[in-house]
Design a binder for this molecule. Structure first.
Ligand code: ADP
Ligand code: MG
Length: 263
C-alpha cells in the first residue's frame, strides 16, 4: 500500500533521513523505533505530506505521492495522530466542534443528522461516552483527549494511521488501555498503522513488523518476533538490553510472519 524508496531529508544541510526504504501492506501494523532525534517524526511528516523530502519515492498504491493530485486524494487515506493530544485540539472548541470541523472537510455533503450519528459512532468506537461531545479539552484527561484525536483521525475512514509517539504523554496504565483500543480498531476497520515509539516494549506488544532507525538510517527491519528474539544489529540489541521487561507477544505472534521486511 505504502512504499518508500531511497528517501532523503536534509535540514540546513544536515542529513536527517538517509536512503530510507520500507513498505506497509494493507492491514499491516508496522512499528518504527529509535531514540529521540533519530528522524522518526521527520519520516512521519514526510509520509503524511507535512514535510517534503529532498529525494526519494513515496508510492501510495503504486502512485507517486509527489504528484499533487495523488497527494490530495491521499489526504483522507493517510491520517496522523500526534504525541501531545492537548496541542492537537483547539482549547476553545468542544469535542463536537473538533469532530464536525473534520466531518465538514471530508463528508461535507452529508446531513446534520448523519454527522451526529457518525460522531456518536466514533466516540463509542474510541470508548468515550457520547456526552463527551459537549466537553472542552480542559474538562478531559490527557488520555481522553488522545481518544478524541484518534476519533477525529478516523473521520475520513483512513487506510493508514500514522501514530507518532501517541502514547508517550500518557500514564502506563492508560497506555495499556490505548494499546487494547488500537488493536480493536485495527480488527474492526481495514486499516494499517505506522506506529512510532521510542519504547520497544510498547512496539513489541502491538506491531507485526518493526523497523529500527538510528540517526536517520534504517539499521534493521523484521517481523516483531524475529526482531525481539533474534536481533541482528548491535543497536537493536542495545535497545533490547535497555528494556528489562518485554511483554507477551499476544498480537505479534498470532499474526506472525517469518518473512523479513524487504529492505
Ligand atoms: N524543522 C526542523 N528544522 C531543523 N532540524 C530539524 C527539524 N525537525 C527536526 N530536526 C532535526 O532532525 C533530527 C530528527 O528529528 P525528529 O525527526 O524529530 O526525530 P525523532 O522524532 O526521532 O525524535 C533531529 O536532529 C532534529 O533536531
Ligand atoms: Mg519525534
Amino acid at each position: 500500500m505504502l512504499e518508500i524508496q531511497a528517501l532523503h531529508k536534509d535540514y540546513q544541510g544536515k542529513r536527517v533521513l538517509d536512503s530510507i526504504h520500507f513498505s506497509i501492506g494493507d492491514g499491516e501494523i508496522v512499528g518504527l523505533i529509535g531514540m529521540s532525534g533519530s528522524g522518526k517524526s521527520t519520516l512521519a511528516r514526510c509520509v503524511v505530506g507535512l514535510e517534503k523530502p529532498q529525494a526519494g519515492k513515496m508510492l501510495w498504491n503504486g502512485q507517486s505521492l509527489n504528484d499533487k493530485s495523488v497527494r490530495r486524494k491521499s489526504r483522507r487515506d493517510i491520517q496522523m495522530v500526534f504525541q501531545d493530544p492537548r496541542n492537537s485540539l483547539n482549547p476553545a472548541w468542544t469535542v463536537k466542534r473538533s469532530l464536525l470541523e473534520s466531518m465538514r472537510q471530508f463528508h461535507g455533503t452529508r446531513s446534520a443528522a448523519a454527522h451526529e450519528h457518525m460522531m456518536e459512532g466514533l466516540l463509542t468506537s474510541v470508548r468515550l461516552p457520547v456526552d463527551s461531545l459537549h466537553r472542552y479539552p480542559h474538562e478531559l484527561s490527557t488520555g481522553q483527549c488522545q481518544r478524541v484525536c484518534l476519533a477525529r483521525s478516523l473521520v475520513p475512514e483512513p487506510k493508514l494511521l500514522v501514530l507518532d509517539e501517541c502514547l508517550s504523554a500518557l500514564d502506563v496504565s492508560i497506555q495499556a488501555q490505548m494499546i487494547t483500543l488500537l488493536r480493536d480498531l485495527h480488527q474492526h476497520r481495514q486499516m494499517s498503522y505506522l506506529f512510532i515509539s521510542h519504547d520497544i516494549a510498547v512496539v513489541a506488544s502491538l506491531c507485526q513488523k518493526i523497523i529500527v532507525i538510528q540517526q536517520g538510517v534504517i539499521v534493521e527491519a523484521a517481523d516483531a518476533h524475529t526482531l525481539i528474539h533474534n536481533p541482528r544489529h548491535p543497536y537493536t540489541r542495545s535497545l533490547l538490553a535497555d528494556t528489562p521487561t518485554l511483554p507477551e507477544f499476544t498480537y505479534a505472534s498470532e499474526e506472525r510472519e517469518e518473512r523479513s521486511l524487504v529492505l
